[in-house]
Design a protein around this ligand. Structure first.
Ligand SMILES: [Fe+2]
Length: 369
C-alpha cells in the first residue's frame, strides 16, 4: 500500500468517524477496510471483529449470497435502500443503507463508502401505529356490528309494536262491532244491518273526500248509532202497533242514552255525536235537540241518510223491502226536509253503483274470528 493510498484511507476514516450514523469503507472485493464506532454498535461487534472480513460474512447464507450478487451488480451504482443488519445476539436491526463508489480517479477506485442509519425507533413507532390502527379498525368493526344488531333489534321491536298495535286496534273495532250487533239484534232482522251501515257510511265518507283511514273510523263510529236502544224496554222496542206519545217520547230517548253509554275517549267523539244527533232533520224538525242545517254534525247527517236508506231497502216484519228506485225517490222527496241536500246530491248517483249494490246484498251476520 502506497503512502498516498494510506493517506486517502486515513482521510476517509476521519470522515467516517465524524459521522452521526454508521459508516463503513469496503474494498472492491467486499472486505471491510474500516467501520466507525456507530456501525460497530449497530452490529454489536468490536472493530477488530469486523475489519478485514467480507461484509457478507456476517449475514445468514441466503442473504449473504444475495448481498454478494448485489455488491457485484451495484459496483458502480449509488444505492439507498432499507435493509436489516444481523446483530451478534441474533437480532436484526432495521436500517437505511446509502452507498456510493469512490471516483475512479481517487486513490481508492471501486471502494465503497456505506452510511447506515438506524431506523429501529421509526419501525417500532410504525409497528405500534399499525397495531393501534388495527385495534381501532377492530373496535370500529365491533361498534358497527353492534350498531347493526341494534338497528335490527329496533326494527324487530318496531314491527312487533306495530303488529300488537294493529291487533289491539282490530280487537277494539271487533268489540265495537259486537256491542253494535248485540244492541241492534233486539229490533232488526239480523246483525247484518250494522255491517251495511258501516259500509254505506265508509263509502259515502270516501266519496266526500275523506282519507281511507278517516272513512274507516267513521264507518265504525256509525254502527253504534242505536246503542242507546239497549235501555229501551222490549214492550216499546218490539211493539207491533203505533206507539203512544209517551212511548214515542221514551223511544226518542235512545239518542241521549246512546251518547251517555259511549266512552268519553277521543276515539268515540264521532260515535257520541252520531248517537245523539242521527235523528235530527235538516229543517230542524228532528230530535232530541231540534238542530237544523249544518249545526247538525256531518257524521250524524251522513248516518241519518244511510240509516233511512237501509231501513227502506230492508224487509221488516211490518213491511217488504222497497226497490232501489222507490227508496231513492223517497230520499229525494225528503231532501231538504230530513236530509242534507248536499249529501243527497252525492248519494243518489253513488247508490246506483255496483259498490252499493254489493253492500245491499250483505244479509248475513258478522263473523268474529
Ligand atoms: Fe236511531
Amino acid at each position: 500500500m502506497t503512502t498516498a493510498t494510506s493517506e486517502s484511507i486515513r482521510q476517509i476514516v476521519c470522515v467516517l468517524d465524524a459521522l452521526h450514523c454508521g459508516g463503513v469503507l469496503v474494498a472492491p472485493d467486499g472486505t471491510i477496510v474500516h467501520a466507525n464506532r456507530r456501525f460497530c454498535r449497530m452490529m454489536q461487534r468490536a472493530w477488530g471483529d469486523l475489519v478485514s472480513r467480507r461484509i457478507w460474512d456476517f449475514f445468514p447464507p441466503q442473504q449473504a449470497t444475495q448481498l454478494r450478487y448485489d455488491f457485484a451488480q451495484d459496483a458502480y451504482e449509488e444505492i439507498e435502500r432499507e435493509a436489516v443488519l444481523p446483530q451478534a445476539d441474533g437480532a436484526e436491526l432495521p436500517v437505511i443503507v446509502s452507498s456510493r463508489p469512490l471516483d475512479s480517479s481517487s486513490m481508492l477506485p471501486a471502494h465503497r463508502i456505506y452510511t447506515v442509519i438506524d431506523i429501529s425507533s421509526q419501525k417500532t413507532a410504525e409497528s405500534r401505529f399499525q397495531e393501534q390502527f388495527q385495534d381501532v379498525a377492530r373496535l370500529s368493526d365491533t361498534v358497527l356490528e353492534q350498531a347493526l344488531a341494534l338497528k335490527h333489534y329496533s326494527q324487530t321491536l318496531e314491527e312487533q309494536v306495530a303488529e300488537r298495535t294493529s291487533e289491539l286496534r282490530q280487537a277494539n273495532l271487533d268489540s265495537i262491532l259486537m256491542l253494535a250487533v248485540a244492541s241492534e239484534a233486539r229490533d232488526t232482522d239480523t246483525g247484518a244491518h250494522v255491517l251495511r251501515i258501516r259500509e254505506f257510511t265508509q263509502l259515502l265518507g270516501r266519496e266526500l273526500g275523506m282519507s281511507e283511514r278517516e272513512a274507516e273510523e267513521l264507518g265504525f263510529s256509525a254502527i253504534l248509532h242505536d246503542v242507546g236502544k239497549i235501555q229501551i224496554p222490549d214492550g216499546i222496542l218490539k211493539k207491533p202497533g203505533p206507539l203512544t206519545p209517551e212511548e214515542r217520547k221514551l223511544m226518542e230517548q235512545h239518542t241521549i242514552f246512546g251518547e251517555r253509554i259511549l266512552s268519553k275517549r277521543r276515539f268515540f267523539d264521532a260515535s257520541r255525536m252520531i248517537a245523539r244527533s242521527h235523528h235530527e232533520n235538516w229543517d230542524g224538525s228532528g230530535y232530541p235537540d231540534g238542530l237544523a242545517g249544518e249545526t247538525i254534525p256531518l257524521p250524524a247527517r251522513i248516518v241519518h241518510l244511510v240509516d233511512v236508506f237501509d231501513a227502506l231497502t230492508s224487509k221488516r216484519v211490518y213491511k217488504d223491502a222497497w226497490s232501489l228506485d222507490e227508496a231513492l225517490a223517497e230520499i229525494e222527496r225528503c231532501c231538504g226536509r230530513m236530509f242534507d241536500p248536499g249529501l243527497v246530491r252525492v248519494f243518489l248517483p253513488l247508490a246506483r253503483t255496483n259498490e252499493v249494490r254489493d253492500i245491499m246484498s250483505l244479509r248475513h251476520d258478522p263473523v268474529f274470528v
